[in-house]
Design a protein around this ligand. Structure first.
Ligand SMILES: Nc1nc2c(ncn2[C@@H]2O[C@H](COP(=O)(O)OP(=O)(O)OP(=O)(O)O)[C@@H](O)[C@H]2O)c(=O)[nH]1
Ligand SMILES: [Mg+2]
Length: 436
């Protein structure tokens, strides 16, 4: 697909006036103040916003208790979406009776009956856009795209049930109640019990193993394993919880930090296809790009397009960015992200994957990553991925600094960013590339 044309050429002419204005306003100012402009680019769900949050934790004011409390509604919405998706997955893969489960009709106990009243959050945040909820200090263009495009919910007009009698709850009841929840429901311990009953069901656990075939957020097991705590009335999200939330970015967000006495302006963009045409508004005078690619997604299809493998999309995008004339003098840093999930996955799943595009296109190769021969060896798989990305950059002069990262791990990002930062600062001094 001609992504290159859609991002860099068509948009260029369509928005040339806007860009000229943007350029005038920003470029002089940024040059004068010798700011570092750092752009986070990459496909949807690759981990850009998670790294953006880490910058705030490492170099900004972090997340206060009040700010973390604000995230409760997002975490609850994430949890509701995840468990609804799991119900659909289980049903699609044969249903709850597919596996004989002796506990499926056993009543569950309400651990705290005083906390069982359901309440709703009056503000529907629809979990998947951070356009308005972000704490960004500045933001250029953003669309008013508030559509939840990850939600598998079919319950936009849900009435929240009156407190269900948990003592008589069964799996069927739990499924019915959860299916009807709207995204803006505030979860309580009663709902938490329902979620746990579903999550612990063997058929759901079995379906979870096939999660690559569905669009289930990577934070699912993290949150579902903590459901009891998350549904308590006095729950206060931890910083780790904040890092695991999934809020799709729409538009362009920016934060400024002073790092080693230099002002860094860091930009986060939305990575889904419909967001990429907005990127061009942030392309002027970029000191460095951190391109984030989720290498764990080698067996997943895109949220936006079920016929395209996510990693193939990321590779094509990296090819465009790393060879773009816009970034001839820009340092490119490559974060091969979701290392934790990747290492887990390659133990059991071969990199060599059936190509979803081959189902519709007779000319498409039957298998992706067909030349991979490393089997379940994680080092071989990482090595293969590094080469797959680096080989996309055809500019021999361009030195690409890369690291395999885990964006949810603050220590890892601290170490990796420290190394990247030196390169960025050097590039800023010389004004181009990685410095002479
Ligand atoms: N386990 C794990 N989860 C990660 C990692 N990086 C990001 N995630 C999770 O992946 C999900 C998506 O991450 P985001 O940072 O929102 O992705 P994004 O690139 O900003 O996505 P868009 O805004 O749609 O472009 C979130 O739930 C993150 O917590 C990682 O290295 N490991
Ligand atoms: Mg994002």
């Amino acid at each position: 697909m001609g992504l290159c044309a859609s991002i860099f050429e068509t948009e260029l002419s369509a928005t040339s006036k806007d860009r000229d204005l943007d350029r005038q306003n920003r470029s002089d100012h940024e040059k004068e103040s010798n700011k570092v402009k750092l752009l986070l680019l990459g496909a949807g769900e690759s981990g850009k916003s998670t790294i953006f949050k880490q910058m705030r934790i490492l170099y900004g004011q972090g997340y206060t208790e009040i700010e973390r409390k604000v995230m409760i509604s997002v975490i609850h919405a994430n949890l509701i979406n995840m468990v609804k998706t799991l119900i659909l997955m289980t049903e699609e893969l044969g249903g709850f009776n597919n596996i004989n489960n002796p506990t499926s009709n056993v009543p569950i106990t309400n651990r705290d009956s005083t906390e069982s009243t359901a309440t709703t959050n009056p503000t529907s945040h629809n979990e998947n856009t951070n356009e308005s909820s972000s704490s960004s200090s500045s933001s250029s263009s953003t669309s008013n795209d508030t559509q939840s495009n990850e939600s598998s919910s079919s319950s936009s007009s849900t009435t929240v049930p009156s407190s269900p009698s948990v003592s008589s709850a069964s799996l069927q009841e739990a499924i019915q109640v959860i299916k009807k929840l709207s995204d803006d429901t505030t979860l309580n311990p009663t709902y938490g019990n329902y979620v746990q009953l579903i999550w612990n069901h063997p058929a759901v656990q079995e379906a979870y193993k096939s999660r690559s075939k569905f669009q289930l957020s990577d934070g699912a097991s993290y949150f579902l394993n903590r459901v009891e705590e998350i549904c308590k009335v006095d729950y206060i999200p931890s910083v780790d919880d904040v890092l695991h939330t999934r809020v799709r970015t729409s538009g362009i967000l920016a934060e400024e930090y002073i790092i080693d006495d230099v002002s860094f302006c860091i930009y986060d963009v939305g990575g889904q296809r419909n967001e990429r045409r907005k990127w061009i508004h942030a392309f002027d005078d970029v000191t460095a790009i951190i391109f984030v690619a989720a290498i764990s997604e080698f067996d997943q299809t895109m949220f936006e397009d079920s016929t395209t493998n996510r990693l193939m999309d990321a590779l094509r995008l990296f090819e465009e960015i790393s060879n773009s004339k816009f970034f001839k003098k820009t340092s490119i840093i490559l974060f091969l992200n979701k290392r934790d999930l990747f290492i887990d996955k390659v133990k059991t799943i071969d990199l060599r994957q059936p190509n979803p595009a081959a189902l519709h296109d007779a000319n498409a190769p039957k298998y992706l990553f067909d030349d991979y021969t490393g089997g379940c060896d994680a080092d071989a798989a990482v090595h293969y991925m590094v080469n797959a990305f680096l080989s996309k950059c055809t500019d021999q002069q361009k030195e690409i600094f890369w690291r395999v990262t885990c964006a949810t791990d603050t220590e890892n990002i601290k170490t990796v960013f420290n190394a990247a930062k030196d390169i960025i600062l050097r590039a800023n001094l010389t004004g181009s590339g990685f410095g002479e």
